[in-house]
Design a protein around this ligand. Structure first.
Ligand SMILES: Nc1ncnc2c1ncn2[C@@H]1O[C@H](COP(=O)(O)OP(=O)(O)OP(=O)(O)O)[C@@H](O)[C@H]1O
Length: 649
């Protein structure tokens, strides 16, 4: 099976030394050892191997190339089931019980390679199933060691390193849910920096077979002597770096370097990532040995796929001060599908937006780094369970915010100082690989600072092949980053045309009909209101956090308690803000809004039972998808007129 995988056209050797083995594989489907030897014989130069290959292709002629491409596409489109991958019976049964039968492309490519014992660097788009791509072979290996009585028990046998606590929890949940369905019991724990040394020691006593943690936490455990470096050297057989492209952005380099001397040479290392970056190369060199580099191309196409194809990307050009007006128009006129995840760049902006929307009877919750970890996890859980439809998230813990919080804490009264003094959580991350369930629309209220941030944000929709959309509100100050993002998408996806289109469902008239109300309400949200709301929210969440912890230990499935979108103010909402009067909505907008509702109904999103059965599948809604069929202003509204709606008002 594994040999067959290597012959596929979807593997592309990268042009660096570590990739030589992969390139050699692709040309000559020999055993991996031979491939690696060949690469090394070629002077260890990956680029030499890559050049040799392109020369061959040129001499083979264009026709031959096309045939090969078609054959590769055909092979790629063949569905591979988990049963075909030679997994342990227990795992196959567990997958069946979870309703998972067919592999995703990254799973069918990576699992056989990892099972062969190779170090693997795998790059695949967001939401493509990378977690099971490493968890399944990891569990398989540990089950095998258990059966053969070869498990060494002085420290964990496998280490899964992720950048944030939210990811620790998510990976831990995924692995535990599989293990619960297996008969042999492997022990898995997660430890994070928020735990006391005593709790960490307790969790690691045993020791567990699998440890899910962050690099900072494992480095601290070693330096404090909670885990002995020598024990790790003796026991560790597998190490995973998940969301590797983000690990270094969490300033984990020193922590990882501290870990290196304790990793045994025999340890198999896997690195998973959604984007490429020099950081990935750095980590690869630091921790992996002659890895197989797997860059997954889109099924049937010889090109990289960074944003899932099932996600339609849109943009709206507007001034920074008009962003509130535009988001109000999108939500109040129901021009976008729920659930909606809205990204903003600061916690203050998040609360400003929440308070603003609340005055129009649109409830939302805010997810940010200053909340207690319990609350953050519950907010994600509640949003996933559809207890509310709009989540406003800050995706980075800005030092600027931390400084601001400290400054405020000095000024503030004694009673409220406690919560203000808590620092922002350095291990917090929302976009960082979190598997939000069934988010249909991602809105960039503020643009992310760079293209990688954009990809990770957009990756919160369109997961596991579901349909999704993204809308970016781009102000003139954000033009540069928007252009950078467009160039990156065109370069990576080898496209001449624009990948991000103007949003077609919002007319100028519709926006103008709400302008007066929006401006009036936006003015009424003062900085003081924002600080008060922010304080109130943290206070509520801290109070809730302890209650929630106790409650969920006893009632793990009870979600009714999680009402994170509770109103921040007690004032009643005037009727003219709660409901948009009919006369204000122009016929085109009405038509667009009805089309969105119809499409929603057609996809079964209004009927929770059906929604569950259908699993939000893509395809079913395509023909009725208003974003594909509707044009508010006809064909003339092609992009790049750079007419900024709202600029000149
Ligand atoms: N073979 C499969 N069939 C159906 N669904 C799957 C399969 N494998 C994984 N999934 C589901 O797909 C979703 C996305 O998977 P996962 O979180 O592993 O993606 P990812 O590639 O790690 O994304 P990111 O880069 O954003 O972290 C999850 O809800 C997961 O349960």
């Amino acid at each position: 099976m594994a040999k067959k995988q290597k012959q596929r056209g979807s593997l592309r050797g990268e042009e660096h030394v570590e990739a030589a083995a992969a390139a050699a594989h692709e040309d000559a489907p020999a055993a991996n050892a031979e491939g690696e030897a060949a690469a090394q014989e070629a002077g260890g130069s990956g680029s030499e191997v890559a050049e040799g290959r392109s020369a061959d292709a040129a001499s083979g002629g264009v026709e031959e190339g096309k045939e090969e491409e078609a054959a590769a596409a055909e092979e790629e489109e063949r569905e591979v089931t988990f049963d075909e991958l030679g997994l342990d019976e227990q795992l196959k049964r567990a997958l069946r019980k979870k309703g998972l039968t067919k592999t995703t492309p990254i799973q069918r490519e990576a699992i056989p390679l990892i099972l062969e014992g190779k170090d693997v660097v795998a790059k695949a788009k967001t939401g493509s199933g990378k977690t099971f791509a490493y968890l399944l072979p990891l569990l398989q290996e540990l089950l095998k060691l258990c059966k053969e009585g070869r498990i060494r028990k002085s420290a964990p046998n496998a280490l899964i390193l992720v950048p944030t606590r939210e990811l620790c929890q998510q990976v831990y949940n995924e692995a535990s849910s599989l293990l619960e369905l297996c008969t042999s019991k492997l022990k898995i724990v997660q430890v994070t920096a928020s735990m006391s040394d005593k709790d960490i020691k307790l969790a690691l006593s045993g020791p567990p077979n699998i440890l899910v943690t962050t690099p900072a936490c494992v480095a601290a455990c070693i330096s404090k002597g909670i885990v002995q470096g020598s024990s790790i050297k003796e026991s560790l057989s597998m190490m995973i770096l998940d969301e590797a492209d983000l690990l270094l952005s969490y300033r984990c380099e020193d922590d990882l370097k501290a870990l290196v001397p304790h990793i045994p040479r025999s340890c198999q290392s896997i690195l998973m990532s959604a984007t490429s970056s020099p950081d990935i190369d750095k980590l690869t060199k630091l921790l992996l040995h002659n890895p197989f580099v797997l860059t997954l191309t889109e099924v049937g196409h010889a090109k990289d796929d960074v944003v899932p194809r099932n996600v339609q990307q849109f943009w709206i050009s507007c001034s920074a001060k008009d962003k509130m007006l535009y988001i109000l128009s999108l939500l109040k006129l129901e021009l976008i599908q729920k659930k909606v995840l809205i990204f903003v760049n600061s916690i203050d902006n998040a609360f400003r937006l929440r308070l603003f929307l609340e005055k129009f009877a649109i409830r939302s919750a805010v997810l940010n780094a200053e909340l207690p970890q319990n609350s953050r996890l519950h907010i994600i859980e509640a949003f996933n369970a559809r207890l509310f439809d709009y989540l406003i998230a800050t995706d980075d813990n800005k030092t600027k915010e931390a400084k601001q919080t400290n400054k405020e804490s000095k000024k503030d009264s004694k009673g409220s100082r406690k919560h203000l003094q808590q620092t922002l959580d350095a291990e917090f991350g929302v976009v960082r690989g979190i598997d939000f369930k069934n988010v249909f629309t991602v809105v960039n209220f503020d643009m992310p600072p760079n293209p990688a941030g954009y990809i990770h944000r957009i990756g919160r929709t369109g997961r596991a092949n579901k349909t999704g959309a993204s809308i970016s509100l781009v102000s003139p100050e954000e033009d540069n980053v928007f252009e950078e993002i467009e160039h990156m998408l065109q370069d990576v996806e080898k496209k001449d045309t624009n990948c991000i289109l103007p949003f077609p469902l919002l007319t100028k008239n519709a926006v103008e009909s709400l302008r007066y109300r929006a401006q009036d309400v936006a003015r009424s949200v003062t900085s003081r209101d924002i600080q008060e709301a922010r304080r109130q929210d943290v206070k509520n969440e801290i109070l809730n956090s302890e209650k929630l912890k106790a409650h969920f230990e006893e009632n793990p499935t009870d979600l009714d308690l999680l009402k994170h979108d509770k109103l921040l103010t007690n004032k009643s909402i005037p009727a003219h803000l709660r409901d948009v009067p009919e006369y204000l909505i122009d016929p085109t907008t009405k038509e667009a809004s009805n089309a969105v509702k119809l499409s929603r109904a057609a996809m079964g999103l209004d009927n929770p039972r059906r929604k569950k059965r259908m699993g939000f599948r893509s395809g079913s809604g395509k023909s009725s998808d208003p974003l594909r069929t509707f044009s508010a202003e006809g064909k003339s509204r092609k992009r790049r007129g750079k007419e900024r709606e709202g600029d000149d008002r």
